[in-house]
Design a protein around this ligand. Structure first.
Ligand code: PHB
Length: 396
C-alpha cells in the first residue's frame, strides 16, 4: 500500500467516525457498506451431496426472511465443495479463510471434515457455525468462543433411541454403521441409553465410509437373529441401505431403528422401504407449530423441494448469525459482543425454540418418529430439552 493510500484510508476513517458521531472507529469495510463474506464449506458431491444442498437452501431462506441482509449488510457467498473428504479439509477451510478472507465460515456435514475446519478456525479466530457435523470434540475438548453448532452432538441423537428400546424391554440388538467418528459416536450414544435396560448388544458391525456394500453384513445379521438392529446411515447411503434391507427380506422380520438421519430426506427415493421405521431426532416433518408450517411452505415454494432436518439446521444457522450481527449492526470486528449475542439468542426454529448450551451446542427436545407414507411422523417426545453430556469443554 502506498503512503497516499494509507493516508487516504486514515482520513476516510476519521471522517466516517466523525459523521457517525461515535468515539470508536467503525471497521473500514463496514463504513464503506461492504458485503459480509460468508464461506459455505459443504459437500455438494458424493453420498452427502443432498445434505449440503439442503443446508445451503435453509441458510439462504433465513437470510431472505431477514430482508436479504444480515446486520444491515448484504451477503456475498464463497462456496467450496468439501466432498466429505477429511484429507482435503484443512486446505479447503484455508481457501475460505486465507484466500477469500470470509467473515464467517459455515460448514460442514461430515465429522472428519469438521475436525479440519476446527483446526483452521481455532488458529484464525474466524467465526464458525457448524450446521450439521456432530463430532463431540467440536463442542467438547476443542470448543472455543468462535465455534457454534446449530445441529446436534452425535450421541445426543442416539442416546434417546437406546433409552426407548431399553424401556420397551428389547433384549438383543446388533448395531451397524460407517466406521468413522460420527458412526462410532452414534453407536456409543445408543449403547449408553440402551445399557440401562439390561439388554445385550450381540455385535457391532462396521463398514468403511462411504461404502454401500451391505450384502454380506445383511447376511450376517440374518444369521445373528437379533430382536432389533440399530443403524446410522445418512443421505444416499441411507437410501441404499433401506432398499437393500427390504430386498434382503429383513423388513418386518427384525425391528429396524436409527437416529432420524436414516429416514430424513430419503423417503421419496426409497418407495415404501422405510415404512414403519422408528427413529429419534430433534426434528420431525409434522411438528404441529405455526413456525414449522410456515417454514415448510416457504421452503417448498422457494426450492421446489420438501425440507428435512438438514434444511432446518441450515435455516437455524442463518437465524443465529442474523441475531449476532443485528446486535453489532453488522460490525464483525466487535467479536465479543457478537459472540455474547449468539450465546444468548433464542432460536425460533421449525424444530421448536431452543438455546445454546454453554459449550455452544443446542439444548433441544428429541422426538420419537415413525415413517408413515412420505412423512417422518412425530409420535412422541423421547427426551425433553436434552443437553448432551459435554465433556472437556473449557472456553477460553
Ligand atoms: C457426521 O459426520 O457428523 C454426520 C453426517 C451426516 C449426518 C449426521 C452426522 O446425517
Amino acid at each position: 500500500m502506498s503512503m497516499n493510500q494509507t493516508f487516504g484510508r486514515r482520513e476516510f476513517l476519521k471522517t466516517a467516525a466523525a459523521a457517525a458521531g461515535i468515539a470508536g472507529l467503525p471497521s473500514l469495510a463496514l463504513a464503506q457498506g461492504a458485503k459480509i463474506k460468508i464461506g459455505l464449506m459443504l459437500p455438494y458431491t458424493g453420498t452427502y451431496a443432498q445434505l449440503g444442498v439442503a443446508i445451503t437452501n435453509g441458510f439462504k431462506l433465513a437470510v431472505a426472511e431477514s430482508g436479504g441482509k444480515l446486520g444491515g449488510r448484504e451477503p456475498e457467498y464463497f462456496t467450496v465443495d468439501d466432498e466429505s473428504e477429511p484429507s482435503k479439509a484443512t486446505d479447503n477451510a484455508n481457501k475460505l479463510v486465507t484466500r477469500d478472507k470470509v467473515d464467517v465460515l459455515i460448514g460442514t456435514v461430515h465429522s472428519g471434515v469438521e475436525m479440519g475446519i476446527i483446526k483452521i478456525v481455532r488458529e484464525s479466530g474466524v467465526l464458525h457455525i457448524n450446521p450439521n457435523a456432530g463430532v463431540a470434540a467440536a463442542t467438547g475438548a476443542l470448543c472455543a468462543p468462535n465455534i457454534f453448532r446449530t445441529s446436534f452432538a452425535n450421541s445426543q441423537t442416539t442416546y434417546p433411541m437406546g433409552k426407548v428400546l431399553a424401556d420397551r424391554g428389547v433384549k438383543s440388538v446388533v448395531t451397524l454403521t460407517w466406521k468413522y467418528a460420527a458412526g462410532e459416536e452414534m453407536v456409543e450414544g445408543f449403547k449408553d441409553g440402551y445399557a440401562k435396560g439390561g439388554g445385550k448388544i450381540l455385535k457391532e458391525l462396521y463398514l468403511p465410509f462411504p461404502s454401500v456394500e451391505f450384502q454380506s453384513l445383511l447376511t450376517e445379521i440374518a444369521s445373528l437373529k437379533p430382536e432389533a438392529v440399530f443403524v446410522f446411515f445418512a443421505g444416499g447411503g441411507a437410501a441404499k441401505f433401506l432398499k437393500d434391507w427390504q430386498a434382503a427380506g429383513l423388513k418386518g422380520k427384525i425391528g429396524l431403528y436409527g437416529s432420524g438421519f436414516l429416514t430424513d430426506g430419503v423417503l421419496d427415493a426409497v418407495g415404501g422401504a422405510a415404512e414403519g421405521v422408528e427413529t429419534t431426532l430433534h426434528y420431525g416433518d409434522g411438528i404441529e407449530t405455526p413456525k414449522n408450517k410456515t417454514f415448510r411452505l416457504n421452503y417448498a415454494k422457494t426450492f421446489k423441494l420438501q425440507p428435512d432436518v438438514y434444511a432446518v439446521q441450515g435455516y437455524d444457522a442463518g437465524l443465529l448469525l442474523a441475531a449476532g450481527l443485528k446486535a453489532v449492526k453488522g460490525d464483525v470486528s466487535k467479536k465479543k459482543e457478537l459472540i455474547a449475542a449468539m450465546e444468548k439468542a433464542e432460536i425460533d426454529s421449525p424444530r421448536g425454540r431452543w438455546k445454546m448450551s454453554k459449550d455452544h451446542n443446542p439444548i433441544q427436545d428429541m422426538y420419537l418418529r415413525k415413517v408413515v407414507g412420505k412423512e417422518n411422523k412425530v409420535t412422541g417426545v423421547a427426551i425433553k430439552a436434552l443437553d448432551y453430556p459435554a465433556r472437556g469443554c473449557k472456553m477460553g
